[in-house]
Design a protein around this ligand. Structure first.
Ligand code: NAD
Length: 496
């Protein structure tokens, strides 16, 4: 079932960069078009930042870091300003949610819940850390001269200018995942959103300034990855790079940071397995697997894109899953009753279709969805499920699609399914579905994934470290782990 597309809501669309407390164009005048993926129509043009623009944003952040304005602000005050920013997000919830849905295509309900709602809560959680950053007191093991008395301690200090580069799948939330811990620790930030979805990040920059953050504490620039992003990563005044995006780009950024000896955290791609054991209720398994792959149109780094179901319930679970897939209503995320929006861009739409084509060519059985366009306009893809009954070595088992495309394989033996789950180069998430706790924990012990869920999938929390094993990245976001990321340790020795 598909739905028609509603009219564009009447909201102001940001069209400049937010640097040092001001809206500014690119010095070159160059711009990039931003589209509504539900219609394929252009929404607005934003600056395509050049080297000069990036330099101005980084220098502003570096000046603000050097001044006492942010890093020396009493932590309770920094906390209060981040809490104020969270309140401002909620006060502008309608506008921000509409902007996000218009630009990214996701359902308005999820823009409210996951972009605005979760971003505000993430900011509040991280604001609390501003007053809880601590070091330790240590004994000196080898005092010199031996009879000198000493006292030694460590302190966590902000790093300086953080370059935050983010993808388009959760534009506001991804921005907050980076800026909230970085700012809570006293760093200043230059944020570069994805080319496809810059609008809510730009508003975030303005709202942070309105919340009372000093000019230059958060600058938001827009531009292409290979020019603006690359210049930002390599800028000598950037002290840390925090990146979320594809493994391919993560390698480029990691190499640049390695060369320049700059700390870097990388949250990259995934091909997460969902393992359903024989005792699992087939309906619960089907609903869980559908949510794991179809949430946010499959455009989730931890999307459960490889399903492994015990052979005794394989057909039953797949029949139920196919019925769920077929019943999903596609349309504009602004429309009531719509359950799945478009892919984010024309390029990504073509990519997802290419992956579906590969599944057909490799001989997997198409249970629902496929290549046929579900709507006359926009970048829509039908929820697509392939059965891989004969366990063929198909490309869909290894390549990240980042769309609503699932491949389901039967298994008979737990040792084998653990091997299959771990056969991916990625290691971001995995889930196990069963009431047999011992079996679930034994499987969990062996899974190569940064997060394992039991009887749920895609649950990410501000207090839980999140990140990937293997090609899914380096480092952990959220919780205390994020504070380690955005600070460096100084040791202090006092002789007396
Ligand atoms: P992408 O890697 O193409 O782009 C991500 C960002 O990097 C964009 O802002 C882009 O402009 C910038 N960029 C591109 N080339 C660059 C370069 N050479 N130097 C500096 N910046 C550059 O990824 P995408 O298509 O926007 O997002 C999809 C990918 O992100 C998927 O692989 C997905 O799994 C991953 N992702 C991971 C997580 C996670 O937490 N692990 C979360 C969301 C998305």
């Amino acid at each position: 079932m598909n739905s028609p597309t509603t009219a564009t809501p009447d909201i102001a669309l940001p069209h400049q960069m937010f640097v040092h407390g001001q809206w500014i164009p690119s010095r070159s005048g160059a711009t990039l078009p931003v589209f509504n993926p539900a219609t394929g129509q252009p929404l607005v043009e934003v600056p395509d930042a050049t080297l000069e623009d990036v330099n101005a944003a980084v220098c502003s952040a570096a000046d603000t870091f050097r001044s006492a304005a942010w890093r020396r602000m009493p932590p309770v005050r920094r906390e209060a300003l981040l809490l104020r920013l969270a309140d401002l997000l909620e006060e502008h919830a309608d506008e921000l949610a509409q902007l996000e849905t218009l630009n990214n295509g996701k359902l308005l309900m999820y823009s409210r819940l996951m972009e605005v709602g979760a971003s505000a809560q993430w900011l509040r959680y991280m604001a609390g850390w501003a007053t809880k950053i601590s070091g330790s007191t240590l004994d000196v093991s080898l005092p010199l001269p031996p009879d000198v008395r000493t006292q030694a301690s460590t302190r966590r200090l902000p790093l300086g200018v953080v370059a935050a580069i983010i993808p388009w799948n959760f534009p506001l939330l991804m921005a907050v995942w980076k800026i909230a811990p970085a700012l809570a620790c006293g760093n200043t930030v230059v944020l570069k959103p994805a080319e496809e979805t810059p609008l809510t990040a730009l508003r975030l920059g303005e709202l942070a300034f309105q919340a009372g953050l000093p000019a230059g504490a958060l600058n938001v620039i827009t531009g292409r990855g290979e020019t603006c992003g690359d210049t930002l990563v390599r800028h000598p005044k950037v002290n840390k790079v925090a990146f979320t995006g594809s493994t391919e780009v993560g390698r480029i950024i990691g190499a640049a940071c390695g060369h320049n000896l700059k700390p870097v955290s990388l949250e990259l791609g995934g091909k997460s397995p969902v393992i359903v054991l024989p005792d699992c209720d087939p309906q619960k398994a089907a609903e869980g697997a559908a949510a794991a792959i179809f949430f946010n149109h499959g455009q989730v780094c931890t999307a459960g894109s490889r399903l492994y179901v015990h052979e005794s319930i394989y057909d039953d679970v797949l029949n139920r899953l196919a019925r769920i897939g077929e019943s999903i209503v596609l349309g504009s995320g602004l429309d009531e009753g719509v359950q799945m929006g478009p892919m984010v861009s024309s390029k990504h739409h073509q990519n997802v279709l290419r992956h579906i084509r590969s599944g057909i060519e490799d001989g997997a059985e198409l249970l629902c969805g496929g290549l046929e366009p579900p709507l006359a306009q926009g970048y829509f893809v039908k929820p697509t499920i392939f059965a891989n009954r004969d366990k063929k070595d198909i490309r869909l088992l290894t390549q990240e699609v980042f769309g609503p495309v699932l491949v389901a394989t039967p298994f008979s033996d737990i040792e084998n399914v653990i091997g299959e789950a771990n056969s991916s180069v990625y290691g971001l998430g995995a889930s196990v579905w069963t009431n047999d706790l011992s079996a679930a924990l034994r499987i969990t012990d062996e899974l190569e994934a940064g997060t394992v869920w039991i009887n749920t999938h895609n649950m990410i929390d501000p207090n839980l470290p999140f990140g990937g094993f293997k090609d899914s990245g380096l480092g952990r976001e959220h919780g205390a782990a994020a504070i380690d990321h955005y600070t460096d340790t100084r040791s202090l020795v006092i002789a007396y």
